[in-house]
Ligand binder design. Structure first.
Ligand SMILES: Cc1cc2nc3c(=O)[nH]c(=O)nc-3n(C[C@H](O)[C@H](O)[C@H](O)COP(=O)(O)OP(=O)(O)OC[C@H]3O[C@@H](n4cnc5c(N)ncnc54)[C@H](O)[C@@H]3O)c2cc1C
Ligand code: FES
Length: 266
């Protein structure tokens, strides 16, 4: 899929509210909606004092070019995301985007399998939207530590969008909702039962490493969306290196965040 050029866009907050424990849903109005593609990200400047210079890289769930809206989910983990959660309807700032290389369509025939861990669900929901738009059927595995972290509204909407044809497997590490266990176990079970044409994954690095290993054992093409600490978000500061299996390094912000899982040293 063609990816737009990174540039600065203004944004206005339309909604910013809790969606699950420690997770917020942000809806913005911004011209970036016209060009950002599933799996790409944007770098948001959040108002603060002069010491707050770094922007916050965030993926997005869906973008609507017709009304210039973008919906994002984010976990409040530190100072920047806490300040973001304080932005209210009508507040404005700027972002850079669309950044990086997003998901690509499967090169192989067959169903796709989407595997999400934690807040990694967000780019996976964007991948689901891309696949649905192209008529590619898919199943999905979603895992979180415990039930309070589940984004029930998004998962209910996903279950209805998938209909009876698709399988949505929800796992919790502590067994408080859905299947007790890890996404890697559920992925292994599905791949043992049926074949897929492509796997898409986003979540903790350890989880993605496990999923990538299982995909490789099943000779299944796998795309993984990586995270690195980022400075600029567009290739200027070299702080987001990803070690490559072929030797050398790629930049997560420019060559990724989505990589072919076989290209990466896990
Ligand atoms: C391409 C990309 C897409 C992302 N998409 C999302 C998303 O859709 N939703 C979401 O909730 N988060 C996403 N993140 C992570 C998000 O950018 C960080 O959680 C955020 O920048 C933390 O900022 P902070 O100031 O609140 O935390 P800080 O005070 O800076 O740090 C708090 C904790 O978060 C860790 N952290 C900070 N920045 C990152 C980072 N870039 N990657 C991994 N860990 C980090 C720190 O090591 C520390 O443990 C994404 C990161 C990248 C690189
Ligand atoms: S974040 Fe600056 S080069 Fe990637």
């Amino acid at each position: 899929m063609s990816q737009g050029k990174v540039s600065q866009h203004a944004f206005d907050v339309l909604r910013n509210e809790p969606a699950a424990e420690g997770i917020w849903r942000l809806v913005i109005s911004s011209s970036v909606a016209a060009t950002i593609m599933p799996g790409q990200f944007m770098n948001l400047a959040v108002p603060g004092d002069g010491s707050h210079i770094l922007r916050i890289p965030l993926s997005f769930k869906c973008a609507n070019a017709d009304d210039s809206t973008v919906e994002l989910l984010y976990a409040v983990v530190g100072e920047g995301t806490k300040r973001l959660s304080l932005m209210r309807e009508g507040d404005s700032s700027v972002l850079t985007g669309p950044c990086g290389r997003g998901w690509w369509l499967p090169k192989n025939e067959g169903r796709a399998l989407l595997v999400a861990g934690g807040i990694g669900l967000q780019p996976i929901l964007a991948a689901a939207g891309m696949l649905a738009g192209e008529g590619v059927p898919y199943d999905m595995v979603v895992g979180v530590r415990t039930a309070s972290l589940l984004l029930h509204d998004d998962l209910d909407a996903m279950a209805s969008a998938m209909g009876e044809d698709g399988q949505l497997v929800i796992c919790t590490d502590d067994g408080s909702f859905g299947q007790h266990g890890f996404t890697t176990d559920a992925t292994q079970d599905l791949l043992d039962k049926q074949s897929y044409g492509q796997l898409y994954t986003c979540g903790a690095a350890l989880m993605m490493a496990g999923v990538a290993k299982i995909a490789a054992e099943h000779q299944l093409a796998c795309q993984a969306s990586l995270e690195r600490m980022m400075g600029c978000g567009f290739g200027a500061c070299s702080c987001c290196n990803v070690e490559l299996a072929s030797g050398g390094y790629a930049l997560c912000c420019q060559d990724g965040p989505v990589f072919d899982a076989t290209e990466v040293v896990w």
